[in-house]
Write a protein that binds this ligand. Structure first.
Ligand code: FAD
Length: 321
């Protein structure tokens, strides 16, 4: 019985969140004294598949098929379930990414499995129990969920587990999976990326701004700071609603939930709905001219000041580093 980890790729390349999820799954396999099998779907080259050994995969199954090049929810879920059955895997791990959030419940139904969606730590296994800590209430709380089902699915929040390098030399095997015509009833025809900037859910550093910036014409300094730091940019909901920034940058309860190592919030009040998506950031820096802004209550570092004075000074200081 191995642990099965579904390894997501973007345009044929594995992302950092994939290596996190493999590292996590390897640790789960170690806890259970079993081996780790990775499953890749879509066109990924052999060198990238072999690289999964560096993070602990002892066996790599791949399904390369042009029809599966882009993510197809139903078909992918069916293939992961088939692989889990073929490998006799009682634990399936995947990322709580956009596609992972769609896949996990479908896989759970197919395998009649219990699901912990949004795990942030390794399972606790004392006393024959299997308990996983996960985010709850849009990131405002944590829940410790006991999985009592025979088969268990865990989706891992990106940036919640460190990549651990190991040295396995995995066996790489084609996996023959069957798919039905209606697995392809909804398909992504094409993905047009809005930009080639750092993807927000994967970003370790995020510079975010809100209505305090007054208008879209003032985002130059936010972009500049983000570029200097190698950070992604984000924004509050009213900013994207007003069309100042694209909706893909909106973080919070109704936007993307992120947990970067550093979140810099500039001219954002810190409403509960905003915090719901960012409060699991490791370090939060708040820049706001109102000392009473609620965001300061959850900040690790705060600067009370006018963003139009403070941000250019930070940019100058970073340039000198
Ligand atoms: P404001 O609340 O207007 O705050 C602007 C801040 O900028 C203030 O704190 C002000 O002191 C500061 N400021 C002004 N000028 C300057 C300056 N020159 N320098 C420095 N600071 C300055 N919001 C989200 O962000 N994400 C969500 O997912 C989300 N989901 C929601 C879901 C629901 C159901 C509802 C009801 C609301 C949701 N909201 C969400 C909206 C949320 O309640 C807030 O209205 C929103 O987060 C406020 O955005 P803001 O902080 O940019 O703007």
């Amino acid at each position: 019985m191995s642990v099965l980890v579904y390894v997501e790729n973007a345009d044929g390349k594995f992302k950092k969140s994939t290596f996190e999820v493999v590292s996590y799954a390897k640790e789960v396999a170690n806890q259970l004294g079993t081996s780790l099998t990775a499953l890749s779907i879509g066109n990924v080259d052999d060198a990238s598949l072999a690289e999964l050994g560096k993070y602990g995969a002892q066996k790599v199954l791949f399904v390369n098929n042009d029809k599966l090049k882009s993510f197809v929810n139903q078909a992918y879920a069916s293939i992961v379930a088939q692989a889990a059955k073929a490998e006799g895997s009682k634990i399936v791990v995947l990322a709580a990414s956009f596609s992972g959030k769609g896949l996990a419940p479908r896989i759970a139904v197919k395998l009649e499995a219990g699901l912990v969606d949004g795990a942030v730590e390794l399972p606790e296994l004392g006393g024959g129990k299997f308990i996983v800590k996960k985010t709850a209430f849009s990131g405002k709380a944590f829940a410790h969920v006991e999985l009592t089902s025979d088969v268990k699915i865990i989706s891992l929040v990106p940036n919640s587990f460190k990549v651990v390098e190991r040295a396995e030399s995995p066996a790489i095997e084609a996996f023959s999976a069957s798919t039905a015509e209606n697995d392809f009833s909804i398909m992504i025809k094409d993905i047009v990326r809005a930009s080639d900037k750092i993807s927000l859910p994967d970003a370790e550093l995020v510079v975010s701004a809100g209505r305090g910036l007054k208008g879209p014409e003032n985002w130059g300094m936010i972009e500049e700071l983000a570029n200097l730091l190698g950070a992604a940019t984000a924004c509050s909901k009213p900013v994207s609603d007003a069309g100042w920034r694209p909706h893909s940058e909106h973080v919070g309860q109704t936007g993307i939930a992120i947990s970067p190592n550093l979140y810099i919030a500039i001219g954002i009040s810190g409403a509960i709905q905003h915090l719901a998506g960012v409060s699991s950031s490791k370090v939060i820096v708040v820049i706001n001219k109102d000392p009473e802004a609620p965001f300061f209550k959850v900040a690790d570092y705060g600067i009370v000041g006018d963003a139009f004075e403070v941000v250019p000074k930070i940019i100058e200081a970073v340039k000198k580093l």
